[in-house]
Design a protein around this ligand. Structure first.
Ligand SMILES: *Cc1c(COP(=O)(O)O)cnc(C)c1O
Length: 411
């Protein structure tokens, strides 16, 4: 085994001109001037378009692509995405409202997540979107609400599979979970769906997130399709929807390698004919959040002060954990690792040094880069955190310490 420290894969999606990062055709300082203040999140619309095209090239044509919008619910992004993907998956009444403002037709919007309120369910039923039911109690509530509204609700069963997605950053299926209905309980629930007269669409089987291992994703696709086919025998009608989840990961940390999407697509090409034979009416959906947006976004903050403490250099910035919890290492990571961070105004720089980038919060957790090599920065320089288009602003505790929130722009 080599003991060379692992590195970040180079971030190449944003061009560099005169040693300055370019975003959406703007040099970074010019974009900062246009926005008028730091910190901000900037998302590149062309990169999102390119990413969806890349998926279309590698996945079988029959696959329907959905955007799981909790990764980035900025309305401008969801609107842009609506012109590229086949559907949107929402996880709250607030997200549902944004999705319904897009041209995506309601039958291609689905609503998953535990703990849906009666108000949220009523709105979803009236909107005609598909409710992914997470429990039998939720099914009974939907039936009552639908009765009162006089509308036949579109429903799918979210299944908690009897297997786990291996090597997943976040497991969301297998074992005991708050998500979905245990696979062994699904047949009896399907009987009840028939008796209640709900408009049965199909199954939603999502087993985990942030996976970079092709073999694990391939295995999960195979088992998911098998499970869908097996459960379909108990369905009250034809299966019209088989959502096989997503979980495609992006490289955030040193040593992470990009997912081999070609191999994922090849495997699906082998699996789909059988799915089609057994479930001829089913559209097969893959739902992705971070894979569509994470690499198209950056977080930008400004160096306020360069400080030396006992031989270590700290760049004190106006941005931090309150805006970007994930980059600080406090959003579900067990061991803190650095996101790729650069000085956006001196990407290569003349002199390089090891520094820590910190924010203005009075806690040692407020750390955007810990002892990273970057070019020598001064007060006024702009620091860029890459891979920040997903689970950034809306996954951060913006009220903590009462600083103003960052701006978001889609360029
Ligand atoms: C969060 C979530 C996703 C998106 O996960 P990513 O890792 O961002 O792709 C997809 N489906 C469901 C059900 C989710 O809860």
């Amino acid at each position: 085994m080599s003991n060379i420290r692992p590195k970040h894969v180079p971030v190449t999606q944003f061009p560099v001109r005169d040693d300055c990062l370019q975003v959406g055709g703007f040099a970074l300082p010019r974009l900062a001037q246009r926005i008028g203040r730091t910190p901000f999140y900037a998302y590149d619309r062309q990169l999102i378009t390119d990413r969806v095209a890349f998926l279309r090239r590698h996945l079988p044509e029959e696959i329907h692509l959905h955007y799981a919008m909790k990764a980035n619910p900025m309305p401008a992004i969801v609107q842009h995405m609506a012109g590229l993907v086949d559907g949107v998956d929402v996880a709250s009444g607030g997200e549902m409202k944004i999705a319904l403002d897009t041209p995506i037709s309601p039958e291609h919007i689905s609503f998953a997540g535990p703990g849906k309120s009666d108000d949220e369910l009523s709105c979803a039923i009236a909107a005609g979107i598909v409710v992914n039911m997470e429990s039998e109690q939720e099914m009974e509530r939907i039936a009552c609400l639908a009765d009162r509204l006089g509308i036949r609700p579109k429903v799918a069963v979210r299944v908690n599979p009897d297997f786990e997605l291996k090597s997943s950053g976040m497991k969301m299926g297998g074992g005991a979970k708050q998500f979905g209905v245990d696979a062994e309980q699904v047949p009896s629930m399907l009987g009840r769906i028939g008796r209640l007269g709900l408009d049965f669409e199909g199954f939603h089987i999502f087993s985990g997130s942030q996976n970079l291992k092709v073999a694990a994703i391939q295995e999960s696709h195979e088992k998911t399709i098998q499970l869908g086919i097996a459960l379909a025998q108990h369905a009250p009608g034809a299966v019209r929807l088989l959502n096989i989840g997503g979980g495609f990961g992006v490289p955030y940390f040193p040593g992470d390698e990009p997912l081999d999407l070609g191999a994922v697509g090849e495997n699906l090409r082998c699996l789909l004919p059988e799915a089609k034979r057994q479930l001829p009416q089913a559209r097969v959906v893959i739902e992705l959040g971070r894979y569509l947006v994470a690499e198209a976004g950056i977080y930008v903050c400004r160096v306020l002060e360069r400080k030396k403490s006992r031989e270590k250099i700290f760049l004190v910035t106006d941005g931090g954990l309150h805006h970007h919890l994930a980059a600080s290492g406090n959003f579900g990571q067990v061991i803190r690792k650095n996101y790729p961070v650069v000085v956006g105004t001196k990407v290569r720089g003349n002199a390089r040094e090891i520094v820590s980038v910190v924010g203005p919060l009075c806690t040692p957790l407020d750390l955007l880069a810990d002892q990273m090599e970057m070019s020598q920065a001064e007060a006024g320089d702009l620091i860029v955190v890459f891979q920040s288009g997903a689970y950034g602003l809306t996954a951060s505790p913006t009220a903590f310490l009462s600083h103003p929130p960052p701006v978001e722009v889609l360029v």
